[in-house]
Design a protein around this ligand. Structure first.
Ligand code: V1P
Ligand code: CA
Ligand code: ZN
Length: 406
């Protein structure tokens, strides 16, 4: 109906399991797995399934997850539910993993930074184990498509959970599917480039490979003062001076681009294309993993950037044009309807299809209202212009690109 065709000369695979959609992190929690329902409906409604090989994801195994994560943590994640949490917490091998101390913690935290308190970043919820091992299974299947040369681009919008640590959940992320994917890729690719356009710093991935010169991590993120209470924007890391673990062979194989709030399309394009371009030139990756967190879009509930879907998509096209094996993952994204639009648009870009601007209303998720009015009624690509109140000055950005020459 939209003239969807298969891409010429290369193959794209799409990995998903609808069981992830029913999960609830909690009433007030910003992470809404049903954003993936919207994405699926939009992708299928446009007929993009005809342009790709589609795979129903199966759960990752505990053994696969242990390739990065602590064995006790993996067992805990596999067994935990709201009903078993208290009991498991008392078991000595789990109790020994004391919760991290954060100065801002207002909620009771259990081992591995997990909690049943409402308001926790990483709550224990019904069906959680299923959800975690499924999004991880989808990323690993996508990775396998690439490493076995069966696909050139592989997509998992339910993955991209970049904050998870070896034995600690963080920022809505429990299993770091990205790290597991890259570890697997290193079996066949000499060098892997990880690029992260989520509005948050990709700290978990950076940390995992801080001593590994075969993996270059590059994150673009909001960085700096958060609000009047003096809190930093989550997770508070990713300064320009953070370039990998000093004194190890991994030094200079991490790059961070800290960005003030309010950055617009033109400014983001300039930063992204100059820095990503130079990084690819210098590092010469054999494959690229792109975390496409949609919370960098204007109007996001947690984000503070003013990026439109078109520019977000151009970040995908830019790395796609390098012609390397490419893994596209999701991540953050808290204004659900815009997340669905962005990831559907990026599925189209991955398969060399162009969607019409006007998609029939029954396909288009209703636009979010922001700044007192709804933009882009009935449109695939709403205009978000200037959603965050702050202006980002060109002069605030210039020094990051200048630094590339040093
Ligand atoms: O800011 C914090 C910490 C926890 N607070 C006490 C301070 N957490 C953030 C976490 C953001 C995670 C982003 C994940 C991703 O990069 C990848 C999937 O997108 C946070 C925020 C916030 N505004 O930054 N947690 C919450 N909001 C939250 C709100 C309601 C209920 C639970 C969590
Ligand atoms: Ca980022
Ligand atoms: Zn994020």
């Amino acid at each position: 109906e939209y003239g969807i065709t298969r891409p010429a000369g290369y193959k794209v695979s799409f990995h998903y399991n609808s069981q992830v959609e029913d999960m609830h992190f909690g009433k007030t929690h910003p992470m809404k797995p049903w954003r993936l329902t919207l994405t699926k409906h939009l992708v299928l409604g446009c007929g993009l399934q005809y342009a790709m090989d589609t795979f129903e994801a199966v759960s990752a195994t505990k053994e696969q997850v242990r390739a990065f994560h602590d064995p006790d943590y993996v067992d805990f994640l596999a067994e935990v539910s709201p009903g078993t949490f208290e009991e498991l917490c008392k078991m000595p091998r789990f109790a020994s993993h004391a919760p991290p101390k954060h100065d801002y913690d207002a909620v009771d935290l259990g081992p591995f930074n997990l909690s049943t308190s409402p308001g926790a970043d990483c709550p224990v919820f019904d069906g959680m184990s299923k959800y975690l091992f499924l999004y991880t299974g989808a990323t690993l299947a996508a990775t396998n498509q690439l490493t076995t040369n069966q696909s050139d681009i592989a997509i998992n919008w339910s993955g991209g959970l970049h904050h998870a640590h070896r034995a600690e959940a963080s920022g809505f992320c429990y299993i770091n599917d990205i790290v597991l994917s890259i570890v697997d890729m290193l079996r066949v690719y000499p060098r892997v480039l990880y690029v992260d356009i989520d509005v948050h710093h990709g700290d978990g991935v950076e940390e995992a490979f801080q001593r590994q010169p075969r993996v270059m991590t590059l994150s673009y993120h909001r960085y700096g003062p958060y609000d009047d209470t003096g809190h930093k924007f989550f997770p508070g890391t990713g300064d320009l001076t953070d370039v990998g673990l000093k004194g190890t062979v991994g030094e200079h194989f991490a790059l961070n681009v800290p960005i003030p709030s309010g950055i617009d399309d033109r400014q983001y394009k300039y930063l992204y294309e100059s820095i990503t371009g130079r990084t690819i030139e210098a590092f010469k990756p054999s494959a690229i993993v792109l975390q496409c967190g949609a919370d960098s879009l204007g109007g996001d509930r947690l984000g503070q950037f003013n990026i439109n879907i078109k520019q977000h998509g151009e970040c995908v096209s830019f790395v796609k044009n390098m012609g390397l094996p490419l893994l596209l993952l999701g991540g953050g994204g808290y204004t659900a309807r815009n997340v669905a639009r962005a990831w559907c648009h990026e599925t189209a870009l991955a398969t060399d299809n162009v969607l019409p601007d006007n998609i029939p209303m029954d396909l288009v998720p209703r636009p979010e209202a922001f700044m007192g009015r709804a933009h882009g009624e009935g449109k695939m690509y709403p205009a978000f212009n200037r959603l965050h109140v702050n202006d980002c000055k060109d002069s605030d950005l210039e020094y990051m690109v200048k630094r590339l020459d040093n």
